[in-house]
Design a binder for this molecule. Structure first.
Ligand code: PLP
Length: 356
């Protein structure tokens, strides 16, 4: 028998969450964001479940070509564009759209074959200050694209830095609208948080990522509270039970000390499986369908869960680390991170099962 840890990917949940995004932004087209191996869910698998989307957005040209080879005909957008002029013929050949965010890329585009018909999303830096042209640089960048005979459709995009937070989006959309107004070009602004919270950002194309995987973009709500279904459930089993006496400690660095006699279960799941090592004692975990807490330090291949109130738990009991029943958002919060990082950090050694 293999080690009893695995992740289940619920394809029906992916379809459901895409439908939620499309209903929320019903007059926009959707780029399903499938970067980072579809946030850890598997690119090929996720693309199959998300095939209703009018487009896919990701980072890797080889992966984009793989989607074309698998028969997907919708728009494919590479969110960082191209990194070298040598990639341009492949963008053209496979009909892959590129984000153009830097002057260096405009220079590379001079080597674009005249008959290339490359579709581009010109990225504006409206305050994120990561990628994109500033308001001052924008007119020249747009002119360079418009005068390039190898460039076909031009759309405008920006990325919102606090759509899930207190400062919202107005300060960025004001800049974007000022530049985009009067231009007859398609627009794209919204990530998952903006799809939920700011309908005025939906525009022509929305770009949902995290919500497709059933994880909330908001720290104060879990996915199920905003109508999403978790697509990934990471589960394992108890492989040993320990009876602690008051004063006994658990695991490396003796981080947890029992303040009374208690029973704990050793779960075969550790940071080499993608479980966060920084998850402290008290991180939520489910055993035999009951919520309990982790105790002690997470090690490479194992972690421990308190079983004091779950007398029916034994070696072989089912444990859910995150997913159905245990929001990944809550595990992430306990570990000082976000669901995004846990989902896309699922280790390659964890076997995947699919269900519909
Ligand atoms: C990752 C990404 C998204 C998706 O963001 P979520 O918060 O996961 O919805 C959208 N747009 C760009 C440019 C991205 O890099």
């Amino acid at each position: 028998m293999p080690r009893p840890i695995f992740a289940t990917i619920n394809l029906g949940a992916l379809r459901h969450n895409l439908a939620v995004a499309r209903r929320r932004a019903s007059s926009s087209k959707t780029f399903a964001v499938v970067k980072a191996n579809a946030y850890g869910h598997g690119l090929a698998r996720a693309a199959r479940a998300l095939a209703e989307a009018e487009g896919f957005a990701l980072l890797d040209l080889d992966e984009a070509i793989g989607l074309r080879a698998a028969g997907y005909r919708q728009r494919i957008l590479l969110l960082e564009g191209f990194f070298s002029p040598s990639e341009l013929p492949l963008f053209a050949e496979h009909g892959i759209s590129a984000v153009v965010h830097a002057r260096e890329q405009l220079r590379m585009l001079r080597q674009l074959p005249k008959d290339a018909a490359l579709d581009v999303f010109l990225k504006l830096n409206t305050g994120m200050n990561r990628l994109g042209f500033t308001a001052a640089e924008f007119p020249d960048a747009l002119r360079a694209l418009q005068s390039n005979p190898g460039v076909a459709k031009i759309a405008l995009m920006t990325h919102l830095s606090d759509a899930d937070g207190a400062s919202g989006v107005d300060w960025q959309t004001a800049v974007f609208d000022r530049l985009a107004n009067g231009l007859d070009l398609a627009r794209s602004l919204a990530n998952s948080a903006a799809i939920f919270r700011f309908p005025e950002t939906h525009a022509d194309w929305v770009r949902p990522g995290i919500m497709l995987y059933g994880c909330s973009p908001f720290s104060e709500q879990s996915g199920s509270e905003v109508g999403l279904v978790p697509a990934m459930t990471l589960e394992s089993q108890i492989i040993a039970v320990q009876h602690l006496r008051r004063g006994d400690t658990v695991g490396y660095s003796r981080l947890f000390m029992a303040d009374r006699d208690m029973r704990i279960g050793v779960v075969t799941c550790g940071y080499a499986d993608g479980y966060p090592r920084h998850a402290p004692t008290g991180t939520p975990i489910m055993v035999e369908g009951r919520m309990t807490r982790t105790v002690g330090r997470v090690s490479m291949d194992m972690l421990c869960a308190e079983l004091s109130d779950i007398p029916e738990a034994l070696v072989g009991s089912r444990v859910v680390l995150w997913g159905e029943g245990v929001p990944v958002e809550r595990v992430a919060e306990a570990a000082g991170t976000v669901g995004y990082e846990l989902l896309c950090g699922l280790a390659a050694r964890v076997p995947i099962r699919e269900r519909d």
